[in-house]
Design a protein around this ligand. Structure first.
Ligand code: HEC
Ligand code: HEC
Ligand code: HEC
Length: 180
């Protein structure tokens, strides 16, 4: 406790220039030689860096036998048709429309694999009265749980892995395509 107070007192006594240097943000006076350029932009996929998942969902949810992972939607839907894991069901229930109690069993969706997520949205849009809207479910699945969530760790939680920017019009959209 006490030593923190001392540090604040010491900082308070410093001239502003020294304080900035301490904080690592020393800004040389404009126009002088040696002025630092601004830092490079953060690497944001599809905006300031390459986009490895141009088709979003279907480019990332693939079979990776090399690391013994099968993230395909066909595989997931086959499993959910039997039973849904409790942790996924809990997230889905929390995102479900008011008054809907999920059964923990996905209905058969023949043909849905041809156009993901557009075909899913037929039942998972914001107006859905039977299934959790993807505008909620996709975010809780991919963005909650901190370091336990592989989307946050391996893929850095990047919004633009799903939301693609048209940098001329400013429009964001989620692309759709067939499973690979
Ligand atoms: C860049 C990679 C990436 C993209 C793009 C992506 N996902 Fe995922 N998705 C993941 C990862 C990683 C997980 C596992 C998250 C975790 O560890 O809990 C996941 C989990 C899921 C799950 C839950 C699977 C389960 O059994 O728990 C669903 C459903 C899902 N994603 C659907 C989608 C849909 C639909 C899209 C497109 C709108 C999409 N994902 C886009 C990487 C991605
Ligand atoms: C014909 C309508 C329909 C379509 C199309 C559909 N879903 Fe669903 N989905 C549902 C219903 C209904 C539930 C709730 C199931 C329950 O009660 O557990 C659900 C639930 C889910 C859940 C939560 C887990 C579960 O089964 O409860 C996930 C994840 C999911 N859907 C992903 C998808 C994906 C990915 C697609 C597209 C490939 C898709 N859905 C297409 C109707 C649909
Ligand atoms: C795994 C894919 C995925 C990721 C990652 C993702 N989104 Fe989304 N998001 C969707 C989908 C699917 C929808 C619903 C379809 C649509 O609106 O185009 C959506 C809808 C939205 C919407 C409009 C609906 C609403 O909730 O108001 C906003 C805003 C949004 N996302 C913001 C974000 C932000 C911010 C991030 C990053 C922190 C993010 N999303 C990350 C898939 C994703």
């Amino acid at each position: 406790m006490a030593h923190w107070r001392l540090i604040w007192v010491a900082l308070g006594a410093m001239p502003v220039s020294l304080l900035l240097a301490v904080a690592g943000t020393a800004v040389p006076p404009a126009g002088k030689e040696g002025a630092l350029p601004p830092p490079p932009p953060r690497a944001i996929p599809g905006i300031t860096a390459a986009d490895p998942f141009r088709n979003a969902c279907v480019d990332c949810h693939v079979a990776r036998p090399d690391i013994a992972v099968d993230a395909r939607f066909a595989t997931a839907l086959a499993a959910w048709g039997e039973t849904v894991r409790p942790d996924l069901l809990e997230r889905a229930q929390a995102a479900a429309p008011r008054g809907v109690t999920l059964k923990g069993k996905h209905p058969p969706v023949p043909g849905a694999l041809a156009d993901i997520p557009r075909s899913c949205m037929a039942c998972h849009d914001d107006a859905s009265k039977l299934a959790p809207p993807f505008s909620r479910l996709m975010h809780s699945i991919h963005l909650s749980g901190g370091e336990k969530n592989h989307f946050l760790t391996i893929f850095q939680g990047e919004c633009t892995h799903c939301h693609k920017l048209d940098d001329v019009t400013g429009a964001l959209s989620v692309p759709s395509g067939p499973e690979k």
